[in-house]
Design a protein around this ligand. Structure first.
Ligand code: SF4
Length: 349
């Protein structure tokens, strides 16, 4: 498999009247063709700023690119002019957001919005564009697509609007789709349908997907790898199985404990939350950003930033507990609700 995206040491800040907000502080990850990765973390951890940086959509100013590389399809996105970026956005990289009403144009029919994207990037007749748009609506499982082609976003239900937005985003067969909290505003049944549509489309057009979410629960079925972000940094990365069964970071343990489970005793059914608040990114701590909320914090945690420790190939954790001389801390048992490895056809390692 070819690498489609390689983000190296990305740093993005926002200059405000109150000072510099260091939103993304040295983030590195990669993505392969046809792969789905999830970037997971609380609000303000830097996940959306990271994904928007890939499309160069953070408004500059106040956003400021401070350093790093974003190699997409062999070329550094950071060095592209705005004119070059307009040819990449929508054609090679597309994005879908939490609320389709903010990205779909309420004054244009759904069909026209899909056709417009196609005609912008491809030399194609009106008739052919309409045919492709209707096919796309069919692919995202919009019933009666010929009729729906002529309708406006407000005539669609929430789930249908989200599917229409996926159609707009994928009509040019982009190499990369960035989905920023695409199911957060939807109820769980519709959420599952949208994830199924995305998985199905990915198989058909081999798009790579970056899924941005605050909810670990939604990524188990769709992603192959997970990056956990906290305080502008990736604090743990690994396969879905590494993160769900063998996590080596207290912040990830906290996120896992907040995922609703079907297999816990009635008396334990209250969901755990992570006490405290995220670090102030106007003045990020010099040590581990999670130290103030971590029950295992040691002296070194507040004094030195933990490096990324290799747990095994592809599984890394930025926590001092992984140092060979650190006290041994038993990870909470992350028993899954169901065997994800069987669903993915892999082996649990
Ligand atoms: Fe907790 Fe220290 Fe690990 Fe940070 S480095 S997560 S404070 S134990």
């Amino acid at each position: 498999m070819n690498k489609i995206l390689d983000v190296k040491n990305l740093e993005v800040s926002f200059d405000t009247y109150a000072g510099e907000v260091q939103s993304v502080r040295g983030v590195s990850f990669d993505l392969y063709e046809g792969e789905t990765i999830a970037i997971v973390g609380e609000s303000g951890c830097g996940k959306s700023v990271t994904s928007k940086a890939i499309m160069r959509l953070n408004p500059e100013p106040p956003a400021r690119f401070k350093g790093g590389e974003i190699i997409f399809d062999g070329e550094d996105i950071v060095k592209k002019s705005e004119k070059e970026m307009t040819k990449i956005r929508g054609k090679k990289i597309s994005m879908i957001f939490q609320d389709p009403m903010t990205s779909l144009n309420p004054t244009m029919t759904i069909g026209k919005q899909i056709v417009e994207g196609l005609k912008k990037h491809q030399d194609i007749s009106d008739e052919e564009a309409k045919k492709r748009a209707i096919e796309m609506l069919k692919l995202v499982q919009i019933p009666n697509p010929e009729k729906r082609f002529e309708e406006y976003p407000h005539q669609f239900s929430g789930g249908m609007r989200q599917r229409a937005m996926i159609a707009v985003a994928l009509v040019c067969n982009p190499k990369l789709l960035i989905a920023d909290e695409p199911t957060t505003a939807l109820d769980v049944t519709i959420q599952a349908q949208i994830l199924d549509v995305m998985k199905d489309l990915q198989k058909k057009i081999n798009t790579s997907i970056i899924m941005i979410t605050h909810d670990l629960g939604v990524v188990a079925d769709i992603a192959q790898r997970i990056m956990v972000m906290y305080g502008g940094k990736i604090v743990e990365k690994g396969t879905v199985n590494d993160i769900f069964y063998k996590s080596r970071h207290p912040y990830t343990w906290g996120l896992l404990k907040s995922v609703p489970r079907l297999d816990i005793d009635k008396e334990d059914e209250r969901l755990a939350s992570i006490e405290g608040t995220p670090p102030d990114l106007f003045a990020p701590p010099k040590g581990c950003p999670f130290a103030d909320r971590c029950e295992h914090a040691m002296k070194i945690c507040r004094e030195q930033m933990p490096p990324m420790f290799d747990i095994k190939e592809g599984h890394e954790s930025a926590c001092w507990l992984n140092h060979p001389d650190a006290p041994k801390v038993e990870a909470p048992i992350n028993k899954p609700q169901r065997d994800i490895t069987k669903e993915k056809g892999g082996t649990r390692d």
